[in-house]
Design a protein around this ligand. Structure first.
Ligand SMILES: Nc1ncnc2c1ncn2[C@@H]1O[C@H](COP(=O)(O)OP(=O)(O)OP(=O)(O)O)[C@@H](O)[C@H]1O
Ligand SMILES: [Mg+2]
Length: 337
């Protein structure tokens, strides 16, 4: 293997984002760093308001007026997107890095045929095609996301919610991006449709060898479709590792609590167990480890200093008192925290 095969498709380094509000500055993303290899998928999980969408919109550079990126780099195949001027960024967005937004199924234009909207997206991003090539491309995209290509000349109101969501995913894939970000792409849909779309999205991602960031508050759903999991709390990435390792042996007490609230993928959601209180206010986050007010293991150091990483191979947690990781006889790992 040459060294170039080890170049990650995405490197996020020390990303920090603030929103200005009348109440004060919201520290929505704080020092987030992670890497994604080509063809790999990463799930970002955490409670509502922990900063998942803010990370995604920072990578896309689609931020509201009141947002300010205060630090960091977003390297897509080595190029720092945060250094590009607006025009250069427009040539990357959608072509190289694409996103399916939260509640995107309602983003199709009601007065245009679905296939035509995708063709326009392809043309708008400078992909040279003839009409028949573009239609063939849309047909291929439709098949890929489980839609009958014969439906491409229908209007959005003739599609069910699940079909609209598939069409939006097809649109995000239309320029063959290196990286796709899916932000809660299926939460508005019923569980069976959600599950089917998730599996298809995973197959497409593997077939196209794209990087994927899959965002959900539901760690069970994320476990089904991702190779790695990143857990966010109060704007920070607090744990990162292979999905199987994080599930078998979470290191951060917050991750363990999050997992216990989603006992199975299709099970009913339980309240966060052993977790009193609410996520912190990001205008005035707690000192030290932001999780300390809700953590049963917290002591003086947790209240005063942000934790150094505890590292176990390529799995780490930002915690002063991580749950123990043990290796079982068959070489797999087991937690005993
Ligand atoms: N435009 C904005 N202006 C001010 N504050 C914002 C803005 N957008 C988000 N925030 C705040 O930034 C923090 C992170 O929000 P974000 O939407 O990134 O979280 P999230 O993890 O995606 O949540 P959810 O699971 O509900 O989608 C929250 O405290 C939120 O209130
Ligand atoms: Mg969000």
């Amino acid at each position: 293997m040459t060294t170039s095969t080890h170049t990650p498709v995405l490197q996020v380094i020390d990303l920090s984002l603030r929103y200005q509000t009348r109440q004060g500055e919201v520290q929505a993303v704080e020092g987030v760093s992670f890497e994604l290899q080509q063809g790999q998928s990463l799930g970002l999980v955490g409670e509502s308001g922990c900063g998942k969408t803010s990370v995604a919109t920072s990578l896309m550079r689609l931020l509201p007026e009141n947002a300010r990126l205060t630090r960091g780099q977003v390297r897509l195949n080595g190029t720092d997107l945060l250094e590009l001027d607006d025009e250069e960024m427009r040539s990357y967005r959608w072509r190289r890095i694409a996103m399916v937004f939260q509640a995107a199924m309602n983003s199709l234009d009601p007065v245009h045929r679905v296939g035509q909207q995708i063709i326009e997206a392809i043309e708008a991003h400078g992909m040279e095609t003839t009409v028949s090539d573009a239609r063939e491309r849309v047909a291929r995209l439709f098949r890929m996301v489980g839609l009958d290509p014969q439906l491409m000349d229908r209007y959005p109101h003739e599609f069910s919610g699940g079909m609209r969501q598939r069409a939006v995913i097809a649109m995000a894939l239309s320029c063959d991006p290196d990286l796709i970000i899916a932000d809660e792409p299926t939460t508005a849909l019923d569980v069976i449709v959600q599950d089917r779309i998730l599996r298809e999205l995973k197959l497409v991602q593997q077939e196209l060898r794209m990087g994927m960031i899959y965002i959900s508050h539901d760690i069970g759903v994320v476990a089904e479709v991702t190779d790695r999991i990143g857990v966010m709390y109060a704007g920070r990435l607090v744990e990162l590792g292979d999905t199987a390792d994080v599930f078998r042996s979470p290191m951060h007490p917050y991750t363990a609590a999050l997992m216990s609230s989603f006992p199975s993928v299709h099970g009913e959601r339980l309240p966060l167990q052993g977790l009193a209180g609410e996520p912190p206010n990001l205008i005035d986050p707690p000192s030290g480890c932001p999780f300390h007010p809700r953590c049963q293991y917290a002591d003086e150091v947790c209240r005063t200093e942000f934790p150094e990483r505890s590292i176990h191979e390529d799995h780490w947690a930002a915690c002063w008192h991580p749950l123990e990781v043990t290796v079982t006889g068959d070489g797999s790992r087991d937690g005993c925290g």
